[in-house]
Design a protein around this ligand. Structure first.
Ligand code: DAH
Length: 356
């Protein structure tokens, strides 16, 4: 399925390249022509029955229907430009206004500037928001032990997330305590690593990283990004968790947004919640997009005592909260974007990426 889509995009990209090349080469050639006869000949060479442009346009049939309008618009634009330049050259030839003089002081064509990928843009924005309230960005391994990804997070050996349908297992010898090697399926694997790094609370980390799960369809990519918050100190309770979400929602999504907590279940938190945010479109009144006014944002909860114990932190002395979010999803929710095929984010098609 993915190969096919990729192939389609590739074909369209090739045609786009050929059209642009033809335009550039023709303009260079045109600028050299000094007689009406030569200009007419170039016109025929491009747009005659067997002209290069005409032949190229015939290939439009081979491009799948979904891509055709984009290439069609480009072809029309190029044709119009070439025709205009040809008739201008004809006038210059007729009025004997051709000159070999080259203005070396004329400004050149500025090179096209790129920009950060939307996921990188979102990661920087999220990092800055959390840094303002004292969180520190941390990074933990993408190639991880089962222990940090599951066991230390209170996830039993038979938990469905540990199935090879849900996790990439690396073909390496397992370790007696750490278990097998996996590609980290969520940023929660950084929780116990952070407790070990800090030694003792206070902890206020934001871990933003790539995660991997073997899902590959229009709404999943096998590699995606999450950000994980972890706060541990004396006297941390649910009001701190709620306050952090309220702050984040207003900073990232806008002052008029509200959040709510809904009871849920995660192995590594107790109690656990799903956090919802008011829909940006109807502001919580309910609409076709969100149905009842709220959209799901992330998972969260108070860190389970077993997880604190795994990180050698005394649950009688310290409490904490944690949360986990998908970066791609958060970005799309902010922009009100509905990307039909999430794989577009990572297929490096410049026509898609340029829009952001
Ligand atoms: N790790 C969870 C996931 O990938 C998300 C999550 C839920 C993270 C609850 C948390 C949490 O820290 O408390 O679906």
């Amino acid at each position: 399925m993915f190969d096919k889509i990729y192939y389609v995009v590739e074909k369209a990209t090739n045609m786009e390249k050929e059209l642009n090349e033809l335009e550039n080469m023709s303009l260079v050639e045109l600028a050299k022509l000094k007689s009406d006869k030569d200009v007419n000949a170039l016109y025929l060479k491009l747009f005659g029955q067997n002209g290069n442009f005409t032949k190229l346009l015939k290939k439009l049939k081979e491009i799948p229907q979904s891509e055709r309008p984009i290439i069609g618009i480009l072809a029309n634009k190029i044709k119009k430009n070439l025709e205009e330049k040809i008739s201008k050259q004809k006038k210059l030839v007729a009025n004997n206004q051709l000159s070999d003089w080259l203005d070396v002081t004329a400004p050149g064509t500025p090179p096209k500037l790129g920009h950060l990928h939307i996921v990188s843009q979102t990661i920087s924005e999220v990092t800055r928001i959390f840094e303002r309230i004292g969180f520190t960005r941390r990074r933990y391994p993408e190639i991880e032990w089962e222990w940090y990804s599951f066991d230390s997070l209170n996830m039993p050996v038979n938990h469905p997330a540990r199935d090879d349908f849900e996790t990439f297992f690396i073909d390496l010898p397992p370790n007696l305590k750490m278990g097998k090697v996996v590609l980290s399926p969520h940023t929660s694997s950084g929780q116990v690593r952070e407790m070990e790094r800090a030694g003792k609370p206070p902890i206020r980390m934001i871990n933003i990283a790539k995660c991997y799960r073997p899902n590959w369809d229009i709404s999943h990519t096998p590699m995606f990004h999450q950000f994980e918050g972890l706060v541990i100190d004396k006297g941390i309770n649910i009001t701190h968790l709620k306050g952090t979400f309220e702050y984040f929602a207003k900073e990232f999504f806008g002052k008029d947004r509200k959040i709510r907590l809904r009871p849920f279940h995660f192995q590594f938190t107790e109690p656990s919640f799903e956090v919802d945010i008011t829909c940006g479109f109807c502001k919580g009144r309910g609409c076709r997009l969100c149905k009842e006014g709220w959209m799901e944002l992330c998972g969260s909860g108070m860190v389970h005592p077993n997880v604190l114990k795994a990180g050698k932190i005394d649950p009688m002395k310290y409490t904490g909260y944690a949360f986990g979010w998908g970066v791609e999803r958060t970005y799309m929710m902010k922009q009100g974007l509905k990307i039909d095929d999430l794989r577009l984010l990572y297929s490096n098609d410049i026509r898609f990426l340029e829009q952001f």
